[in-house]
Design a protein. Structure first.
Lengths: 331, 416
């Protein structure tokens, strides 16, 4: 338990450092950090499914997309959500994401493994198709331009203020998901990931567990979408497209599935490579590709796996680790 | 290793026209350029950059006497990424203006940034109609040096009507650009007495037109088509392969010099309309085509010409401003006061900051042009509509009273 507390302290320190340092760097870095944190909420929601429950969802962009489109449509068509009602939009975004996940979950949760992946992919593409074709509402391929960010005493057009808002949402989401995965419910999810049949024999309703976590992940996806829409000021079918889902999945794998911090680190690395390195060199895609390939080949546990491995090598006789290893490898 | 890496880096920078070594000075003009240098539109993105770079190289890296720092950013063909890159250019590089954007959706995404950051945005390719039409007032720092999607296709509607076509099938890619090109054609064609009898919208990126071709109405006497990317290559091939002999009236983009060298003889005789053709028979254009071909080994399409002209426009404007950048409002006024003699012909801005330019009705022919010794496919100009405005002959007020061209506008009155 002591090492867990140490981890929490380290993460908290890192977050505090982030909040203190970033606003004093260039405003482009502030923008990138804001984008990365908004997206990291989506990546963590993917991690809830992939890392903690063992469900590889290829359709997480759908919930992200409905959140983003909801925000954009309300703001441009009804001028709703640009003052105090921004908080209502946040709640609506979460509920809409969760509601959509509740519908999609009915279809998807019945399947497992690669079939689950295919169904979520197909459902995600349905949402993309809708965004692309429902011209009167979504503006089709051109997307929707938003005119400004909310202002409720706090003027969010200021990039630094907006950074702190997204930072707050990011931290709260992380804490909530952390509490969730440490709860008995989260522990039974891990049980499902390891051996679903055994959980069923023990009397757990595994379908319901998976369904609930799927809905929760959808809710966080919706929240992430609301923030993303305001970060960018522009929502288009590109927001909902398959690559958004794949990106979020890759970020989780890169950082280390089954650790919320890993999902965040993965997001940060991908954003840094894709949006910062690409301003410096034209061959950034080789770097990104190389990082993915090397991670899959040598670090199947992601970058967080690197830490675990290093620690094991440093303290080979640690009882704590040994017990943990037994617990996670029930073979 | 480091030095080798460094060399590779430098080499690729130069090859992509990224690293223009301009010595820093107080009279430096910083220009941000956004184009898809990677991803499926990478080749088009390179053509765009090449056009601008060529003008810079011809003028010793200076525009109007100012040293230019030309910073290219990659938007990967995604509006989202374009927004980030535009902000990077403004916030980090402190550019005076940003230029570019290929897709209509990118144009729509970039224009609001010009407003919020009070920085000039010049759309040198992206053609989304409404930016210089109904939405213009939202974007005071926005200028277009290229075209609106419907601009060349409205004269094409007139030409089709004047040349005896009565019933036309429209088949166009299912997105805003397809709607706007087809809409412009249909509106003018029908106002002149023609009939669009069928409208088909295959999804963007369709490679197999097998399901669509058999449904074409037999009594139609021509086909209007807007195809982009790989669709442009596939459609004529499959249409002729299926034995359909109806003439094609196409969007100029489907027959741009960018795709033309990869097309077969089946496209000979196809008619299209655009504000540029590499085969325009003027000394100014011949000089441009020859210089471009000598430098880059290919015939320039409108992607390159439009950016070359944009650089020329900036050159003239800075000169007129006295060798300095006077801020966006003043600069737009100066740009609007300039009449250019570009490779594409005379160009000037209308009151909505969109070019008034010649539209060329072109026919694909296999022949030798400008003294090149091989038979090649060229877009021979068969009719020139001079000084065409985005409002065609309707006048601004009447034109803007109708909605923007869309999937269902103009409605298909003659489809059963």
């Amino acid at each position: 338990m002591g090492s867990q507390r140490a981890k929490i302290i380290i993460v908290a320190l890192c977050l505090a450092a982030l909040a203190l340092i970033v606003p004093h760097s260039g405003s482009f870095v502030v923008l990138l950090a804001t984008r990365a944190m908004a997206f990291a909420i989506l990546a963590m929601s993917v991690d809830l499914l992939l890392g903690y429950t063992g469900l590889s969802s290829m359709g997480q962009a759908a919930y992200f997309g409905v959140g983003a489109y909801l925000t954009a449509v309300l703001a441009t068509k009804m001028h709703f959500g640009l003052g105090w009602d921004f908080w209502l939009v946040v709640i609506m975004g979460i509920l809409l994401g969760a509601a959509l996940a509740a519908v999609f979950g009915l279809f998807a949760i019945r399947a497992g493994g690669v079939y689950f992946l295919m169904i979520t992919l197909a459902l995600g593409q349905c949402v993309w198709g809708l965004a692309y074709r429902w011209n009167s509402l979504t503006g089709g391929d051109n997307g929707i331009n938003m005119t400004g960010r909310p202002n409720f005493g706090l003027d969010l057009t200021n990039e630094v203020t907006f950074f702190y808002l997204v930072f707050a949402f990011f931290v709260v989401s992380m804490v909530l998901m952390y509490v969730l995965v440490r709860s008995p419910f989260g522990q039974s999810l891990a049980g499902i990931r390891e051996r679903e049949l055994r959980m069923q024999i023990l009397g757990y309703n595994t379908w319901l567990h998976k369904y609930i976590v799927f809905i929760i992940a959808g809710g966080f996806g919706g929240l992430s979408g609301v923030l993303w829409a305001h970060t960018n000021g522009h929502v288009s079918p590109e927001t909902v497209v398959l690559t958004t889902s794949v990106d979020s999945l890759l970020m989780v794998v890169l950082g280390g599935a089954g650790t919320l911090v890993g999902a965040t680190i993965g997001t940060a690395i991908v954003f840094a490579l894709r949006e910062y390195l690409s301003t410096l060199v034209p061959w950034w895609q080789y770097v990104l590709g190389g990082v993915y390939v090397l991670t899959i080949l040598y670090l199947p546990m992601g970058l967080m796996g690197l830490l675990t491995r290093a620690r094991q090598r440093l303290k080979p006789e640690s009882k704590d680790e040994g017990v943990k290893k037994l617990a996670t490898n029930p073979s | 290793m480091t030095t080798r890496l460094h060399k590779v880096l430098m080499g690729s920078c130069l090859a992509l026209g990224l690293g223009l070594a301009a010595p820093a000075s107080s009279e430096e003009l910083r220009i941000g350029y956004i184009s898809p240098v990677t991803g499926i539109f990478a080749q088009v993105g390179k053509d765009m950059v090449d056009g601008f770079q060529m003008y810079l190289d011809e003028h010793g890296g200076k525009l109007g006497g100012m040293d230019v720092k030309f910073i290219v950013e990659d938007d990967q063909g995604k509006p989202d990424a374009g927004v980030t890159k535009a902000k990077k250019l403004i916030l980090q590089d402190k550019v005076h203006m940003f230029i570019g954007g290929l897709l209509a959706s990118t144009g729509y995404a970039l224009a609001p940034i010009s407003t919020s950051e009070k920085t000039l945005y010049i759309s040198s390719v992206s053609s989304a109609d409404d930016l210089t039409q109904r939405q213009l007032s939202k974007y005071p720092y926005f200028v277009r040096t290229s075209w609106t999607s419907s601009l060349p296709h409205q004269p094409l509607g007139q030409w089709a009507c004047d040349n005896g076509f009565k019933k036309v099938i429209v088949i166009a890619a299912d997105y805003a650009f397809g709607y706007e090109t087809a809409g412009g054609f249909q509106k003018v064609f029908e106002d002149c007495g023609g009939k669009v009898v069928q409208k088909i919208w295959p999804p963007l990126g369709t490679k197999d037109f097998g399901p669509y071709i058999p449904t074409f109405k037999a009594d139609a006497d021509a086909i209007f088509t807007t195809m982009v990317g790989p669709m442009a290559l596939q459609f004529p091939k499959q249409l002729r392969g299926a034995g359909v002999k109806k003439p094609i009236l196409g969007s100029g983009v489907s027959y741009d010099e960018f795709v033309l060298p990869f097309m077969g003889d089946e496209v000979i005789g196809d008619v299209s309309a655009l504000h540029y053709s590499a085969a325009i028979d003027t000394p100014r254009n011949q000089e441009f085509v020859k210089a471009y071909r000598a430098k880059y080994g290919k015939v320039p399409g409108y992607y390159s010409e439009n950016n070359y002209t944009t650089a020329m426009w900036l050159d003239e404007a800075i000169k007129k401003a006295g060798g300095k950048y006077p801020g966006p409002e003043e600069f737009i006024k100066i740009m609007a006061s300039i009449k250019l003699d570009a490779p594409r012909g005379p160009v000037e801005l209308d009151e909505n900051r969109n070019p008034i330019e010649n539209v060329y009705i072109k026919k694909v022919e296999k022949k030798k042009v400008f003294g090149y010794d091989k038979d090649e496919l060229w877009n021979t100009v068969i009719k020139t509509y001079p000084k065409v405005s985005q409002f065609w002959t309707y006048g601004k007020d009447k034109f803007l009273a109708q909605p923007v061209y869309d999937r269902d506008f103009p409605p298909c009155k003659f489809c059963e």
